[in-house]
Design a protein around this ligand. Structure first.
Ligand code: C2G
Length: 136
């Protein structure tokens, strides 16, 4: 039984996001907990130069409604260590596109990079909608 944390924008929620969160919850084991840090609009733009189509409040509410998610917190800076210590987290996890970027967190918890779902991303979805592609 473990507490797992992951972070993300979760804009235009899609199957890749869902599979990641389900895999993250599986890391927590029976009776474990999954906490998700959803990027605020400020963090997205200031730190990741990403503009979300869906505002933070709605992205957070969608993620919080998922069966596999136990708690949602705002991700408004890069200080994940603070969250890990505050919530007594055992495992930090995130998709493999971030491989190696969070190894410094190994000082305070286990770090697991999970496989991504190929062929889908919020960026591609936005491009597909802009170009009028139905099956984007
Ligand atoms: N993801 C995935 N498969 C996809 C798309 C995304 O597994 N096809 C995963 C990402 O690897 C990430 C999570 O889903 O773990 C959320 O993805 P994004 O919303 O794109 O989050 P990102 O912009 O990567 O923000 O500080 C960490 C950042 O907040 C992560």
């Amino acid at each position: 039984m473990a507490t797992v944390i992951t972070y993300g924008t979760y804009d235009l929620f899609h199957i890749g996001h869902l599979r990641l969160l389900q895999r993250a919850k599986a890391l927590a084991g029976e009776g474990g907990r999954l906490i998700v840090g959803v990027s605020t609009d400020r963090f997205n733009w200031e730190e990741k130069k990403k503009r979300s189509a869906i505002p933070y409040e709605q992205r957070a509410e969608i993620v919080a409604a998922l069966k596999c998610v136990d708690q949602v917190i705002p991700e408004d800076d890069w200080d994940m260590k603070r969250d890990i210590l505050k919530y007594d987290v055992d495992v930090f996890t995130i998709g493999g596109d971030w491989e190696g970027k969070f190894d410094h967190l190994k000082e305070v918890c286990k770090v697991v990079y999970l496989p991504r779902t190929e062929g889908i991303s919020s960026t591609d979805l936005k491009a597909g909608i802009r170009e009028g592609r139905r099956d984007s």
